[in-house]
Design a protein around this ligand. Structure first.
Ligand SMILES: NC(=O)c1ccc[n+]([C@@H]2O[C@H](COP(=O)([O-])OP(=O)(O)OC[C@H]3O[C@@H](n4cnc5c(N)ncnc54)[C@H](OP(=O)(O)O)[C@@H]3O)[C@@H](O)[C@H]2O)c1
Length: 160
């Protein structure tokens, strides 16, 4: 499998990423950055595929999901039916396989995994397919109940 997976995550000064199933902050510019990063493609005939945990999917307001212009992939071990435009997969590897098989093979440019559980983030960051981690630092501490796991320092180099 030659696919490149990218993690995209915003983290507070105290390494928090979520609280009560939601983002700890409301930052319009961060949302706009997220949208741009997950939606834009160089090749207009392709789309990006956004992989997220089931709770992150549920945290997106109903009117905003599926995320438009992107292939939405939701990870769950339950047998969920989330609509015709949402791919439900029971593991990260199965999601990566499905994205490389017909009918999606060759139609996808960029695969970001949304931060969510420490577990999924850890799995994504330690996956041999993980290419980049786009980490946004939110310059304030917030009360959080979900935290960023340690970034594997032997695999990733801070560039900016
Ligand atoms: N700061 C950021 O950048 C950012 C971005 C996105 C989300 N968030 C925040 O993160 C929090 C949500 O994260 P969360 O940790 O509560 O949950 P989550 O990872 O979004 O969802 C957890 C669920 O996803 C499924 N799942 C996760 N990994 C899986 C895997 N490898 N294989 C199969 N299923 C898998 C399971 O669903 P089932 O129980 O259905 O099996 C699991 O219970 C929210 O607070 C959200 O706002 C923050």
């Amino acid at each position: 499998m030659s696919v490149k997976l990218n993690v995209i995550v915003a983290v507070s000064e105290n390494m928090g990423i979520g609280i009560n199933g939601e983002l700890p902050w409301r930052l319009k510019k961060e949302m706009a950055y997220f949208k741009r990063m997950t939606k834009c493609t160089n090749d207009s005939s392709k789309q990006n595929a956004v992989i997220m945990g089931r709770k992150t999917w549920e945290s997106i307001p109903g009117k905003n999901r599926p995320l438009d212009g992107r292939i939405n992939v939701v990870l769950s071990r339950q047998n969920l039916m989330l609509g015709p435009n949402v791919l439900v997969c029971n593991s990260l590897n199965s999601a990566l396989h499905r994205l490389q098989e017909p009918p999606l093979a060759g139609t996808i440019e960029f695969i970001p995994a949304l931060s969510s559980t420490s577990f999924l983030l850890q799995e994504a960051m330690t996956s041999p397919h993980c290419f980049r981690i786009y980490l946004t630092k939110v310059l304030k501490a917030f009360k959080c109940d979900t935290f960023l796991p340690e970034v594997p320092g032997n695999t990733f180099r801070l560039v900016r």
